[in-house]
Design a protein around this ligand. Structure first.
Ligand code: IMP
Length: 195
């Protein structure tokens, strides 16, 4: 079983990775480790930046050897907001700590008649202990709900309705999210690359 350092502290992502990649043994990013910078303009740049930052820190401070480092950069891209918040999804509305309020703020930015098209995007960067790094990605098309609906998932899930459904990711059971989400698709591509 590959032992992989997971360069994220996002509880929602951690839960999903353990469900989507049960054949990997994850080493969690330690609580006392630094916040990993993500200053790129694209999901791919940020995923690689986080993975490389995590590897550099782990090389100096790590407590056990790992076979690879995995980082995720993801976000919600809204057509009527020119693709925003996109790579800035984690930093949207920093004055609000609660996602119910952040979601309300995001929806309030949409004009009445706006196209509600949106997609979730996920890029995973994997750095093996030997060999070149690579990235894989996944996305899911959908639209924005009129209001925050459902308590499942995390982040923007309660305002995102995947194509072909009427319920938000916050309302749908997690096995449905895992059958079509951006992260599930990126994880499937990662599994293939690691096989
Ligand atoms: P980052 O990848 O650390 O920059 O953060 C991505 C942000 O996008 C998260 O903090 C969430 O707000 C949002 N996000 C990414 N994936 C999901 C998802 O599957 N559901 C809901 N929100 C997500």
């Amino acid at each position: 079983m590959l032992k992989v350092l997971l360069a994220s502290r996002n509880a929602g992502k951690l839960r999903e990775f353990s469900e989507l990649l049960p054949h990997l043994q994850f080493v969690l990013w330690p609580k006392d480790a630094p916040e990993l910078p993500e200053t790129g303009a694209f999901f791919q740049d940020n995923a690689l930046q986080k993975a490389e930052g995590a590897r550099a820190w782990w090389n100096e401070h790590g407590t056990e050897p790992v076979d690879g480092v995995l980082a995720d950069d993801s976000g919600l891209c809204v057509d009527a907001l020119w693709g925003g918040p996109g790579v800035l999804s984690a930093r949207f509305a920093p004055d609000l700590s609660d996602y119910r309020l952040k979601n309300q703020r995001l929806l309030s930015l949409l004009p009445e008649v706006a196209d509600r098209g949106a997609r979730f995007v996920c890029v995973l960067a994997y750095l093996p202990s030997s060999g070149p790094p690579f990235t894989v990605s996944g996305s899911v098309e959908g639209s924005l709900a009129q209001e925050h609906r459902g308590e499942g998932g995390f982040g923007y899930d309660p305002i995102f309705i995947p194509q072909g459904h009427t319920r938000t990711f916050g309302e749908l059971p997690s096995d449905i999210k895992h059958s079509l989400s951006h992260r599930a698709r990126a994880c499937a591509a990662l599994k293939e690359r690691l096989a």
